[in-house]
Design a protein around this ligand. Sequence first.
Ligand code: NAD
Ligand code: ZN
Ligand code: ZN
Length: 348
Amino acid sequence: MRALQLNAPQQPPELREVPVPEPGPGEVVIKIAGSGACHSDLHIMEWPAEMLPFELPFTLGHENSGWIHELGAGVSGFEKGEPVLVYGPWGCGRCKRCRMGMENYCEQGMGASGGGLGLDGGMAEYMLVPSARHLLPLGDLDPVDAAPLTDAGLTPYHAVKRSVGKLGAGSHVVVIGAGGLGQMGIQFLRALTPATVIAVEADEAKLPRALEVGAHHAILATDETVKEIFARTNDRGSDVVIDFVGMDSTMLLGSQIARPLGDLTVVGLAMGTLPFNFFAIGYEASLQTTYWGSATELMEVLDLARQGMVKSLIRRFPLDGAVEAYQLLREGKIEGRAVIVPHADAGL
Ligand code: NAD
Ligand code: ZN
Ligand code: ZN
């Protein structure tokens, strides 16, 4: 089968011919419906060898949906052909956090990897999933449309949910970066909170989309952004700021606009730094990064999608268009999420 593999650091990925995986005991092979192209893949492609936490090569694609293709010995509860979502961070499955569904924060440190992140992912015709516990039945949702829920959905859902307590009536939240994740973040904020949502985007072309998915205000990132945010928050600053970029300038902006007792959550992996001192952020404001989300949160994301409360705007590409999809993402030309569809019968 064909698979889009990352073979060497700082080199573009390549389509290669590799064997179709076979499931061992307890494992499952899925036929890929959709595999989302995440901006994290661009970071991974750019990082030098010493920053890469993974061995190469591996097949890209950590945001996956598909149909059960083959069940390994001892796997029950799924039928061949059944549509499924793949929960992406694959922990040890035995530690306390894994048992609570938080495999992203596995105590054995395994949660940072998964299919498409160090292990073979979904930008291929088939993908090996090492345990049926990583699969969620999709039901009636279109499997290609649903693929981004597993990361572009789950990651902002987790970031929003942990701050919901600070987003009561009359509160404000700023979303920095309204791309694949940010657009979903705005929808979760609207679904879960009564807060006024302000999107800040560097690309003027993305502002209408931010409003369309539910932001009350969408403003261009400029030298005036801090002033504009204060003007829109009764001069208080924002109760919560979620930074879906993570570069020097966005983290600085976040630190300037998060109000005392607020949250500044950095989700973006642009690897910026934020100089810290006593006055760097509002008193008792919390600064944190988040990584992906839990399996139970993915179930909640799926429920919201089933209710039609959140939806990712997707653009479909065939497997041999994956390199182009990443190039367009790099240039900021993907409006929502690019999803690679390896089998034309899934609907291209
Ligand atoms: P994307 O390219 O779809 O969206 C990024 C958006 O940020 C774009 O719309 C871009 O125009 C905007 N932007 C860039 N610079 C900006 C600035 N200075 N001010 C305001 N907006 C700016 O990317 P994505 O797939 O949504 O990913 C967003 C980030 O989240 C990436 O860094 C990615 O690696 C990271 N990520 C983190 C996790 C996690 O678990 N922490 C999971 C997935 C992705
Ligand atoms: Zn990702
Ligand atoms: Zn674990």
